[in-house]
Design a protein around this ligand. Structure first.
Ligand code: RP5
Length: 159
């Protein structure tokens, strides 16, 4: 239901966090390496076929000159969530962040924080939750858990 793609195997560690939270929230996912620069034809095919293959959201992560999320967004009407990955030779991750964030008008990418794959997974689940009541309920429980954690922090504060 959610397609997770990334530019390199070196992005896997970060992007796995999206997959893990999707599993927790009961959303199925697939994962594939699709490089905007090294496999451009595959990128075009993946983006064009995504909707007809049954995907609802694409999470795309890349580092450096991170063109994958934006290019995929230009080729599909599915929502694209972009994850800037801090790759080993990056300039503190700003290269990844800015090349995903600064999209031209008309071609949005929902850009997460640097290495923010967990939030990408949660956002993708929230999109799925707009039409899947089971996922929406899991998300409601997840929010309750967040609230309980803050309540616990306050208990620690007074004790
Ligand atoms: C990008 O360049 C990838 O998304 C990765 O973040 C970065 C480094 O790739 P590798 O050199 O590890 O393949 O294309």
């Amino acid at each position: 239901m959610v397609g997770i793609i990334m530019g390199s195997l070196s992005d896997r560690k970060v992007m796995q966090e999206a997959a893990d939270v999707l599993t927790t929230l009961g959303v199925s996912w697939e994962m594939e390496i699709v490089s905007a620069h090294r496999t451009p034809e595959k990128m075009v095919e993946y983006a064009k076929a995504a909707r007809s293959r049954g995907l609802s959201v694409i999470i795309a992560g890349a580092g450096g000159a991170a063109h994958l999320p934006g290019m995929v967004a230009s080729l599909t009407t599915l929502p694209v969530v972009g994850v800037p990955v801090k790759s080993s030779n990056s300039i503190d991750g700003w290269d990844s962040v800015l090349s995903i964030l600064q999209m031209p008008a008309g071609v949005p990418v929902a850009t997460m924080a640097l290495d923010g794959a967990r939030n990408a997974g949660i956002l993708a689940a929230q999109i799925v939750g707009t039409f899947d009541a089971t996922v929406a309920e899991k998300l409601a429980n997840f929010k309750e858990e967040l609230k309980a954690k803050v309540a616990d922090m306050n208990n620690q504060l007074v004790n």
